[in-house]
Structures are given as C-alpha cells and as structure tokens.
Design a protein around this ligand. Sequence first.
Ligand code: B12
Length: 344
Amino acid sequence: MSVAARRSLDDPGLHDEFLGLVGEGDEFGAVELVTTLLDDGVTPQRVMMELIAGTQTRVGELWAANEWTVAREHAATAISERALAAVAARSTVRPTRGRVAIACVDGEWHALPTRILAEMLRLDGWRVDYLGANVPGPHLITHLHQTGPDVVALSCMIATRLPRAHAAITACKAAGVPVIAGGRGFGPGGRYAQHLGADAWAAGAEEAVQRLARHWPPHQPDPQLSAYLGDEEYTYVVRNRPELISTAMHRLTEAYPAMRDYNQRQRDSTAEDMAHIVDFLASALYVSETSIFTDFVEWTNGVLQARGVPPVALRVGLETVRAQLRDYPTATAVISAGIRVLGE
Ligand code: B12
C-alpha cells in the first residue's frame, strides 16, 4: 500500500494549486488542502500568511490586470475566508494575554486582512473581539465601553477612509484605549498612521503580533501632530461631493465624445471613477499628502488601461474636477500633480 507524500508549503506548484482552487470556487478542495497541510505539520500561521494571504494578493493582481472578473475575485475571496475559518477552527489556544478589539473603519470593506490578523493574535494568546468590516465610529466606541479592551486594532485598506480613521482613532483615545493601526490605506511605511494620532502601526499581522507582545502600550504620539487636519478646502470638497461628481459626469460627456456611446454599465463605472477622484482628493487634502492622490491616479490609470480605456479619458476626468475647484489652490495643485503622472 502506498503512503501519500506529506504536503508542505515548499511543494512545487502548491501555491498555484490553491490559486486554482479558489479561482474555480472549489470550497471543499481549498479546505481539504489547508487541513492536509496542518495535518502534515505546517503551522497555522504559515498557512494563513504564506498561502491564504499570499494567494489573495495574487487574486488582486489578476483582477487589476483584467484577467479575472469582479465576480471571480469575490468568489475567490469567499473561498479564502472559508479556508481561513477551517484553519481557525483547529486552534486550541486559550487566551493568556490582554483583550483586543479589531475593526475596519467606517466604509472599509476589506475584512479578510483583519480576519487574518484576528486569528494570528488569537494564536498568540490574545482574547479577540472581531468586529469585521465597516464599523461606524460610534458603534466602535460603544463596544469599547461595554468590553474594556486593552487595545484597538484599526484597519484602513483604502486611503479614502483616512478621515474616518482619524475620527475613530481620536474617539478611541478619548475613551482611553490605545490604537494600533494597519492596512495599506495608511500609506507606505504607515506614514499617515502617526499623523492621525495612532499609537503604533504594523505592516502586517506577524509584525502586529510581535509589537503587541513586546512593548505595549507604546509611548504616546505628540497630540499636536494630529491637531490640525481637515482645512477649508477639504471641507468644501466633502460638502460639495455630489455636485462635483454630477457636474464632472455632465462635462465629461461633452469633453470626451467616446462616452456618448457608453452603455449603462460603462457609465456606472465612470461615475464610480469620478467619485474615487473626489474621495482620494479629499483624503489627500485632509492629510496634506499629494502622493495619496498621485498614487491613486497611477493605479487607476493601470486598471483602466488593462480594460482598454486610454489615459486621455482619465486626464479629461481629472480636468473636469479641477475646473470646478479653481478657487481652491491646494486642490488645484493636487489634481495638477495627478495629471502630470499621466505624462504628455
Ligand atoms: C478581496 C478584495 C476586495 C474585496 C474585500 C472582501 C473582503 N471580505 O475582504 C471587496 C470586493 C469588498 C473589495 C472592494 C474594493 N477594493 Co479591494 N481588494 C481586494 C484584494 C484582492 C484582496 C484583499 C486581501 O484580502 N488581501 C490579502 C491581505 C492578507 O493582504 P495584506 O494587505 O497584505 O494584509 C495585511 C495588511 O494589510 C495588514 N493589515 C490590514 N489591516 C490591518 C490592521 C491592523 C491593526 C494591522 C496591525 C495590520 C493590518 O495585515 C494584513 C495581514 O498580514 C486586494 C488586493 C491586494 N493585493 O490586497 C484589493 C484592493 C485592496 N482593493 C482595491 C480597491 C481599489 C477596491 C475598491 C475601491 C474597488 C472598487 N472599485 O469598488 C473597493 C473598495 C471597497 C471599500 N470601500 O473598502 C485596491 C486598492 C488600491 C488602492 N489604490 O489603494 C486593491 C489593492 C486591489 C489592487 N490590486 O489594486 N476589495
């Protein structure tokens, strides 16, 4: 009788195999593969970080390159969540450390990264209250008052949510609970996290586990750092968001004739892009970081080009928003920097 070879994360083709399973929506195959790895002695931490998180990153790349549809990406994420739940179900670690509340900021729907963080902290002995995606600030604070955690772990994956992240950080600290921030929305190296008053930042779940285990609570950041955010220009953009988007859509049809032949679905996604332009602009003004906007333009340009939309369409879109903000010099300068990213 032959004995099946032990599976390991170093098996050639294993990562592609898992990507294939999540891409085909094969829930049972994906769960079976992760449980086999655990049975064969791979640690749950490595299964989560190297296999599940690593595959999700590849899923994102395939979606951005227009190789996978949105529906396929959604289905794949659901399978990854199932695989993660299967790993979590095998844990027998009992809490020996403090209590941590984990939440995505208001309007932030990327729950899976925080789910991984939650399981990694649980395995390290933390008692975890996992609040999931899109947690409105007031509900988060009510939860803190009811449960009294030692720390809040706050996730922001998209820079447009930074003003809400700031409100949540400020409220948690007013409630006396320190905050560790994470997620790519806080910028390269987490540079906006400190600016917004977070007590600490970590690049990923492994680093968060180490930070929280070693020196917590950390020294308090300078309150002055986060005191003066959200000036008049930011307020104008946020208050006038609906008009800025609808006027831009209207003018875009005149300035970019190809749009007249767009079907409803193309119009809807253009309106979504215009909304993103305004939202990323607002965040850039809030944090006083032009790169929030220029990074977004660069990224959107790549996504649009993969879908056959030429850079001129995005340029015209940016110009129609800029034209409405003539009296706002910082906003105009930020959008101009975005337009320069597109080149000549
Ligand atoms: C799945 C997914 C979604 C799903 C999320 C479903 C779910 N249940 O999570 C849905 C469909 C909802 C979604 C929506 C959108 N998404 Co999306 N999404 C992704 C995708 C493919 C995977 C995310 C993921 O799970 N990654 C795996 C994790 C493990 O990656 P990770 O970042 O390394 O995770 C670590 C850190 O982030 C960190 N961390 C995270 N939070 C915290 C918190 C704390 C306290 C700490 C310490 C650490 C920490 O720890 C994690 C574990 O180590 C990414 C692509 C990618 N490369 O990540 C895009 C991505 C994040 N999405 C993106 C975009 C643009 C969007 C949308 C705007 C799309 C749209 N046009 O509508 C919306 C925005 C929705 C919103 N407002 O939140 C972009 C963001 C680009 C940018 N400019 O910032 C990405 C990068 C895709 C891409 N390749 O361009 N998305």
